[in-house]
Every structure is written in structure tokens, then in C-alpha cells.
Design a protein around this ligand. Structure first.
Ligand code: MSP
Length: 559
């Protein structure tokens, strides 16, 4: 068996631990999980990283409000993220916390390297200071409040302080060219244009440190060359992508194949981070992908509206409809492109019934049940890869299954390479829908009945047709299930157990890894991996029970 070759590195943002996780954090991490699984299925050597960003001021503030130390609060919430990700079935290879030594030590070393190379230098920072809050506010916030404190209303002061700055301005030309020619792919395309538009307005030095003030919580990483300053949390957080693989055995994963995130933090990932990497002598990421937002029943989710879709609600969905159904819905209906997506219960049920219960679930049951009924569960032999169906007009339609399947496998792989994960999965659903249409057109149940009753005009031909229809349908569904697996690993493993054809090392463990890459597994009637005539199909439980649209949303989400 060939060893997995191409290293592939997939990351999510590292999430703030000032509060608990919600659907947004789960969504980006789910996309990363689906991508990681798809690349593993293709035979690549994948490293999938997620984790938590802990040194933000809002973390120490939230801790203080609860009478806890920042570390206690960070640890509690980091555990909540870990729990949520375990529940979602994520297959991340590591989980980084920025308070870990492996991160803090290497992040300081990178900053020192940038100081040594002259890419980080001391400079004056001028801004509107709020003495009552001991913090700077941005020009726009200052203006909005008539140059008074947005919190206390007391006058702001124009102040200058010394800070360290990263010379982002030096790399404007370098970055622009690389984004333009897709050496650094910024996706989806609308985001690339947006970022280029902003770069063209000019890049300025960015502050990378904050001077420590009396009374500040002792929280964060100090500037290695000047302990009176703390490294600005964003700058240090970005370093996590490198700190975790900057060790023997993991260097092969750099540069990152794709950094995933939402549009809110694209600038940091598509502009500041690649330039920092270049200044460090490291290659920039290959792809930076920024999706849009989940909104809830038409409104932006926010703390003040209190309308976040919480993990408990997701758990309630998983309990009622299965975790894989939830994963399918989120991945295929989520805000993967440039537009926001609404989480609405009615839509969930519609998609669940149409694509899962009546889609892949029904196709698999139908085919499995017919093999059980007409062949005592023994897969019939069939040497043909095509089947001509008679249309009512008398023209035959040729179903060249090997070609149909390989075209959809290619489509799925290509979409995955461009992070169009919904389309990649849809290719699997399309294959399963083709099987459904094939059965509707060939009516194997009628053929079987006619043979049984002795009314078939040519019983020998009828039997041959029945063999071909059911073998081809089963084999097409087996290939469809491979394409659907990244979103629905447990349900597809269940199908493979029922059909006695598991491509997994351990049929009971959907994470056990594949015994061959997709290029082999998805070959039509592959002598080793294809559905084998003579093997046994068990009549299992339906993969997805039909849902009643009138039932209320589990966990109280929306209408
Ligand atoms: N800590 C920084 C990221 C540092 S990465 C080096 C941060 N953390 S965060 O907790 O605010 O997470 C932001 C990310 O969470 C978004 O980029 C996105 O991945 C996810 N989402 C948060 N809310 C979301 C939605 N409403 N919808 C979709 N994803 C969203 O920023």
C-alpha cells in the first residue's frame, strides 16, 4: 500500500476564551474537519490544528469579574472548547493553547528575530487616550463620542507613547504581487478583491506591543527585548500556526495549506501574517479562506441580543437528528461563500428530509432491501458498467456508471482543492440521487414481480437486468458514500458495515483511516475495494428516519 505522501496543513482561528464556544466557532472548525477528512481520504498526510487564544485583555477582564485568575478562567473555557469539539466529532491532530510553553517560547523567539532583522522597531504611537479607562480608543470611536470617553464621557487626551512596530509597509509590493498571482490564494474571490483594494490604499507599520501600565493584570507575553512591553495579543496569536509545527517531525507541514476563518479576521491572516512570515524567512500560507457569518433567524448573533446558537442547542439537534445530519446541514447550508447564512429550524428539517432521509438514506435502504429480498442478501454478479434504460419515447438512455462516478469524484476533488466543501459533498449526493433516478427508471421491483409471477416476457434477460441494476446501484452508492464521508463519517461507516465493504482500517471506527487513497477506493468495481458479487448485505436500520416538519425545534432554536 502506498504511504500517504503530500503533507497538508489545515488550521482554524484560535478562539478567545473569554466566553464559551458557540455555533460560529464550531462551524469554522467543522469546515476544517471536513477538509482534513477529505484530504486524508485522498491519501494525504494531514495535520489539522485548532485551539484557543488566551492572552487577550478581555480574558483577564472576564476572569476578574468572576473573581478568578485569568489562567483559571482560560482553562475552564479552553476545556469547554475541547468538549464542544469532541462532541462535534472533530479529528484535529492537536489543540494549542497560547498559554502553553511551546507557544510562548517560540512566539518570543520569532519576535526577537524580527527585532534583530530590523522588521520590528521602536516608534511613536499617537492616539486618543482615555485616562478614566486607561486605554486608547481608535480615531473613529473618539470622533463618534466627540472626543470624550465612550464609557465615562470624560475628555480624551491626545497622547504619544513609544511602542514597537512591525514594518508592514516594507512588504506591500511583495504581498500585492503574491495575492494577485495567487501564490497566496485569498478565497472566496470576492475576499481577494476586497483585500487587494485595501492593500492598494497603502500598508502602514502596525503596533506589535503595548506598554505595561501599573495595575495591569500580569497576562500575556512580554517583548523579549523589552519586558516593559507586552506583545500585542493578535501578533502573538498568529504565531500559533507556526509554533505548533516548528519542531522536528512537523516542519514538513509548513507552509499551511489553508488557514480557515470568518471574514472578521481576514486582514490579519491575509496581510499581516504573510508579511510577518516573509520577514521571518518562512513561506506564506498557500490559501487563506474567509467565510461569511451564521446569523440567527435573520439577525446578527451578538452578546447584546443574546441570540447565539449555543452548543447545547447543537447537542439537542444531534440527539434528535444525529450528529452527522447536523454536520451535513452546517457544512452544506452554512455561510461558506461571501453571504451570511441563517440558522432556521424549518430549513433544517427541509434539508434533512430531502437530502438525507429521502436522499442518501432512502437510496441506501432501497438498494440494500432489494438485495436482501431478491437475492437473500448476496450481492449479484454483473460484468457490465453500463445499462441502457428505455425511455417512453423509445430512445434508450445509457447509464455509463463508471464514467458518471469518476466524473463526480473528479468534481468533488476539484471543489475540495478550492475549499468549496459544500460542492465537494454535493457531488456525493448527486451520485446517490442518480441512483434513485436510475431505480425509478428501471423499476427493478416490477421486473422481480413479473419474474416471480411468470409474466416476464424474457425471464433470463429480466434476471440479468435485475443483477445489473442492483449491482450497479450498490456500487454507485458505495462511491457516493466515500464522497459523503468527510461530513458524515459515522453514518457512512454504518453503511459500510451493513454492506460488508469497509474501506476503513477498523470498520467500527470512522477515524481509523483508509486502507487506500480515494483514487483507488473510488475506482468502479475495483477488484479489492469495489462491492464484491457474493458478499453479504445486511438489512440495517434506515440511516436517517424521516422528520416531522411540525415538531418544534430541539433546544428552542428559531421557528
Ligand atoms: N482569537 C481571534 C483569532 C486569532 S487567530 C490567530 C478571534 N477569536 S474569536 O473567538 O473571536 O473567533 C473568531 C472566529 O470565530 C471567526 O473568524 C470565525 O471563524 C468564528 N465565528 C465567530 N462567530 C461567527 C459567526 N457568527 N459565524 C461564523 N463564524 C463565526 O477572533
Amino acid at each position: 500500500m502506498p504511504e500517504p505522501q503530500q503533507p497538508c496543513y489545515i488550521t482554524t482561528p484560535i478562539y478567545y476564551v473569554n466566553d464559551r464556544p458557540h455555533i460560529g466557532h464550531c462551524y469554522t472548525t467543522l469546515l476544517a474537519d471536513v477538509a482534513a477528512r477529505a484530504h486524508r481520504l485522498m491519501g494525504e498526510d494531514v495535520f489539522f490544528l485548532t485551539g484557543t487564544d488566551e492572552h487577550a485583555e478581555k480574558v483577564s477582564k472576564a476572569a476578574a469579574e468572576r473573581g478568578l485568575s485569568p489562567m483559571e478562567w482560560a482553562t475552564r473555557n479552553a476545556e469547554r472548547f475541547r468538549d464542544a469539539f469532541r462532541f462535534m466529532g472533530f479529528s484535529n491532530d492537536d489543540f494549542v493553547r497560547t498559554t502553553e510553553d511551546r507557544h510562548t517560547s517560540r512566539a518570543s523567539a520569532y519576535i526577537q528575530k524580527l527585532v534583530d532583522s530590523g522588521d520590528i522597531e521602536l516608534g511613536d504611537y499617537e492616539g486618543w487616550y482615555d485616562p478614566s479607562q486607561e486605554e486608547y480608543v481608535t480615531e473613529s470611536v473618539a470622533k463618534e463620542h466627540d472626543y470624550n470617553s465612550p464609557v465615562t464621557g470624560k475628555p480624551l487626551e491626545k497622547r504619544t507613547e513609544q511602542n514597537y512596530f512591525f514594518r508592514l509597509d516594507k512588504y506591500e509590493g511583495w504581498l500585492k504581487e503574491r495575492i494577485e498571482n495567487d501564490t497566496i490564494r485569498v478565497l472566496p474571490p470576492a475576499r481577494k478583491n476586497e483585500v487587494l483594494g485595501r492593500i492598494k490604499q497603502g500598508l502602514q507599520k502596525v503596533p506589535v506591543s503595548r506598554r505595561i501600565k501599573p495595575g495591569d493584570a500580569d497576562w500575556g507575553i512580554r517583548m523579549p527585548n523589552d519586558p516593559e512591553h507586552r506583545i500585542y495579543v493578535w501578533i502573538e496569536a498568529l504565531c500559533n500556526y507556526l509554533t505548533v509545527v516548528d519542531e522536528p517531525g512537523r516542519r514538513k507541514y509548513w507552509p499551511a495549506t489553508v488557514h480557515l476563518m470568518a471574514k472578521d479576521i481576514l486582514w490579519f491572516h491575509a496581510v499581516i501574517w504573510p508579511c510577518m512570515l516573509h520577514a521571518l524567512g518562512e513561506e506564506p500560507p498557500r490559501t487563506v479562506y474567509a467565510h461569511a457569518y451564521w446569523i440567527s433567524e435573520g439577525r446578527k448573533m451578538s452578546k447584546s441580543l443574546g441570540n447565539f446558537i449555543e452548543i447545547d442547542q447543537l447537542r439537542a439537534y444531534a440527539e434528535k437528528y444525529s450528529l452527522d445530519a447536523l454536520r451535513w446541514f452546517l457544512t452544506t447550508q452554512g455561510p461558506l461563500g461571501a453571504t451570511d447564512a441563517d440558522f432556521a429550524h424549518a430549513r433544517f428539517v427541509e434539508v434533512y428530509n430531502a437530502e438525507l432521509a429521502n436522499g442518501i438514506g432512502n437510496a441506501a435502504s432501497r438498494v440494500g432491501n432489494m438485495i436482501v429480498k431478491y437475492f437473500d442478501g448476496v450481492v449479484p454478479a454483473c460484468s457490465k458498467t453500463g445499462f441502457t434504460t428505455e425511455s417512453t419515447e423509445g430512445h434508450g438512455e445509457e447509464n455509463k456508471w463508471d464514467e458518471i462516478a469518476s466524473e463526480l469524484v473528479c468534481r468533488s476533488i476539484n471543489a475540495c482543492e478550492e475549499v468549496r466543501l459544500d460542492e465537494s459533498l454535493r457531488a456525493g449526493l448527486e451520485l446517490s440521487n442518480r441512483v434513485d433516478a436510475f431505480i425509478a427508471a428501471t423499476r427493478p421491483f416490477s421486473i422481480a414481480k413479473e419474474i416471480d409471477k411468470g409474466t416476464h416476457a424474457d425471464p433470463a434477460r429480466g434476471r440479468e437486468d435485475l443483477h445489473a441494476i442492483l449491482y450497479q446501484s450498490a456500487e454507485a452508492l458505495r462511491i457516493a458514500s466515500l464522497l459523503l464521508w468527510p461530513a458524515m463519517p459515522s453514518k457512512m461507516a454504518e453503511l459500510w458495515r451493513n454492506w460488508d465493504c469497509s474501506p476503513l482500517h477498523d470498520p467500527d471506527d470512522p477515524d481509523s483511516g483508509f486502507r487506500a487513497p480515494l483514487s483507488e477506493l473510488a475506482t468502479w468495481a475495483h477488484p479489492r475495494w469495489g462491492i464484491k458479487p457474493g458478499s453479504t448485505v445486511r438489512k440495517g436500520e434506515p440511516l436517517f428516519m424521516r422528520a416531522d416538519a411540525k415538531e418544534p425545534a430541539p433546544g428552542g432554536v428559531g421557528s
